[in-house]
Design a protein around this ligand. Structure first.
Ligand code: SF4
Length: 389
């Protein structure tokens, strides 16, 4: 078997210098092209494209409709454990924070999943802090076996694992892995991750490739916005995405852009990112990679999430709770465990689904293929879009 060549990610300062070189003409030409290169992505993220936000939004909306129809997938995170051996300065679960912590038992995790199943969720994301002694591969495999056949997909966002461990989880029924680099700025990364396994930037960077090598159907990457220069983070995400596409063309890819939220530890964003900037990132990534799934989580507030429907994101979380056991009311019952971060959109699944429907889109809790086919064959405008492609 041929070995995958390593991802050669330029230094962050090199990405910033490249962005600074882009001209207004390059930005406008990048927007006008039918397909876009990494240079085009740089131009669209650069200050030279600041005047193009409206046009980028329109182009992103058009491409998203062509590729995904009117479908928006809904999912829920299920927090398994708030224990973590890392010390990420920005996170409520950091080992340095004195919060009540909890790791669910298999029965408790299954009960939480049953609540989400009953609420109508078909896509589940199992989340935990990175403490293998509290939440290991054996546990995840056993939970996957219990959930098998009950959800359209079960994904994980847990500590980085070895390829063989991902392969074992895939065999057990887990089909997706999300692992965010947090920041592609190596210097800031070293400052914000002073201890723990996560300190190893290169190991984390290689994790999506290990998950894809193991056969995972979907791999999600992302940057936590507020830690460094958002434009260079966007360009690094584009490089990472393009490298994964080239080497793992069978794997579905998604990108998330979580913005820092208030959390225990009271970390303040080092470089705050506004809504217009977050939108720019989303639109630029959509224009660069028309097929990538774009995730907008409940970190963002109701008003912003409403306004973004149809403009680029293809996946929304809903009704989220970031406390292990929270769906069953564990914290309300007085045994409060600390949350990872404060949720921005507190609406239920039904409320988010109704909002999406009001905007003329289809919130999909189950599988999207049948719905997509139905839309693609009945929606006249969409058919015309395809025809003019
Ligand atoms: S970001 Fe992840 S690894 Fe870091 S402290 Fe939080 S849960 Fe642990």
């Amino acid at each position: 078997m041929l070995e995958t060549p390593p991802l050669m990610l330029p230094e962050f300062s090199v990405l910033q210098a490249r962005l600074a070189l882009c001209s207004r003409e390059e930005a406008e030409a990048a927007l006008a092209r039918p397909q876009r290169t990494l240079s085009d992505l740089a131009a669209l993220l650069s200050p030279a494209a600041d005047h193009l936000l409206g046009e980028m939004a329109a182009a992103s909306a058009r491409i998203t409709r062509q590729r995904f129809g009117r479908v928006i997938q809904l999912y829920a995170p299920l927090y398994l454990s708030s224990y973590c051996s890392n010390r990420c300065l920005y996170c409520g679960f950091s080992a340095d924070n004195e919060i009540p912590r909890r790791a669910l038992s298999l029965a408790e995790a299954e009960a939480e999943a049953a609540i989400l199943e009953q609420r109508g969720f078909a896509h589940l994301l199992l989340v935990s802090g990175e403490a293998p002694a509290k939440m290991d591969v054996d546990f995840l495999a056993a939970l996957a076996a219990r959930l098998r056949g009950r959800f359209a997909s079960v994904s994980i966002e847990v500590q980085p694992l070895a390829t063989a461990e991902y392969a074992r989880l895939f065999a057990a029924g887990i089909t997706g892995v999300a692992v965010y680099q947090e920041t592609y700025d190596r210097e800031i990364y070293a400052t914000l991750h002073p201890a723990g396994l996560k300190r190893d930037f290169a190991r984390r960077l290689d994790t999506p490739a290990r998950a894809a090598t193991a056969g995972m159907r979907e791999v999600g990457i992302g940057a936590l916005l507020g830690l460094s220069d958002w434009r260079a983070e966007g360009l690094a995400l584009g490089l990472h995405l393009a490298w994964l596409r080239k080497n793992f063309w069978r794997t579905g890819l998604t990108v998330s852009f979580p913005r820092l939220r208030p959390a225990p530890g009271q970390f303040k964003p080092l470089q705050p990112v506004g809504e217009a900037e977050l939108s720019r990132l989303l639109f630029a990534l959509r224009l660069f990679d028309p097929d990538v799934g774009l995730v907008l989580s409940t970190r963002e507030e109701e008003r912003y999430r409403n306004g973004m429907v149809g403009l680029g994101p293809t996946r929304y979380s809903a009704g989220s709770c970031t406390v292990p056991g929270g769906y069953g009311g564990y914290d309300e019952a007085g045994g409060a465990a600390g949350e990872q971060f404060a949720v921005g959109d507190l609406r239920s699944l039904d409320e988010v689904a109704a909002m999406i429907r009001q905007r003329g889109f289809d919130p999909v809790r189950k599988d999207w293929d049948p719905v997509f086919q139905e839309i693609a064959t009945t929606d006249k405008e969409l058919k015309e879009d395809f025809a003019h492609g």
